[in-house]
Design a protein around this ligand. Structure first.
Ligand SMILES: [Zn+2]
Length: 270
């Protein structure tokens, strides 16, 4: 059997047979792949811990006729800190759900792989003193939670850039005129902003504030270091979150499971 080496992030795992697991991996060189990890549910399995969900792992694969087989697996980063906080786990589910939903099998997207690692490192770094206040409630917690949500929004916007669904935010998607810095309307169907002149052509446009448009534009083109310095209000973050969620769910033609999970975790905490 031919073998190959790659590294990837484990997006999904399904139990199979008595002790095996079928993994969905977003890999560096091949995009999304499905592979069988044999015997990993046995207590004594050395591979088991290396192929956990969210792990960034180095793999040696054997090409199978139907499915590739994991012959070696060694964890590179298990993002162990984020696993200790259920909210961070729920956010991480969101990230990997987006990658899983927006990618096809065996279509390399190296930039997306790098983007995923970047955001996972940032979410994982948001722990300990940085994030423990979040679970205690109060002002500091909201601020901290807002910060991490800006990272999630940046990931969404940059992912849309990389997969060809970057929303058009500088000219009206209907009349092509440059947009004025004012409240306008967003059309998921047309993939961008509709100006006030064109708003009557359809009833399906949603109002979007000029501040929210500015934030999404910023996230589209700025580096992570610049994103890190961005400070916006809780309300504005929430507006951006809702606009992006509606657009993403329109593109996927379904609701995000992770959005519901995030809400459940939040309600449990409250
Ligand atoms: Zn227009």
């Amino acid at each position: 059997m031919a073998t190959y080496r790659t590294e990837g992030v484990v997006l999904k795992r399904i139990d199979y047979g008595e002790a095996d697991r079928i993994l969905t991996i977003f890999s560096k060189n091949k995009g999304k792949i499905t592979a069988m990890a044999k015997g990993v549910r046995r207590m004594e399995s050395r591979k088991g811990g290396n192929v956990e969900l969210f792990n960034h792992t180095a793999f040696l694969m054997a090409e199978g006729r139907g499915m590739d087989i994991v012959t070696e697996a060694e964890v590179i980063n298990s993002f162990s800190q984020l696993r200790e906080n259920l909210e961070l786990v729920s956010y991480t589910y969101h990230l990997i759900e987006l990658v899983d939903q927006f990618t096809e099998e065996v279509q390399e997207n190296y930039q997306l792989f790098i983007l995923l690692l970047e955001v996972l490192r940032r979410v994982n770094g948001f722990t300990g003193a940085n994030y423990s206040s979040v679970t205690l409630g109060g002002e500091a917690s909201l601020e901290s939670d807002n910060k991490i949500k800006i990272y999630l929004r940046a990931f969404e916007v940059k992912l849309l850039n990389l997969i060809g669904y970057r929303p058009q935010l500088s000219d009206c998607v209907h009349c092509n005129r440059s947009l004025l810095p004012e409240n306008n309307f967003f059309s998921p169907f047309l993939g961008g902003i509709v100006c006030q002149e064109c708003v009557n052509i359809d009833s399906d446009f949603r109002p979007i504030s000029k501040e929210a448009i500015k934030v999404v534009r910023f996230l589209q083109d700025r580096s992570w270091d610049q994103v890190e310095k961005l400070k916006i209000s809780l309300d504005l973050q929430l507006e951006v979150e809702q606009q992006l969620r509606e657009y993403i769910e329109f593109l996927l033609e379904k609701e995000l499971k992770s959005a519901k999970f995030i809400e459940r975790v939040k309600n449990t905490k409250g």
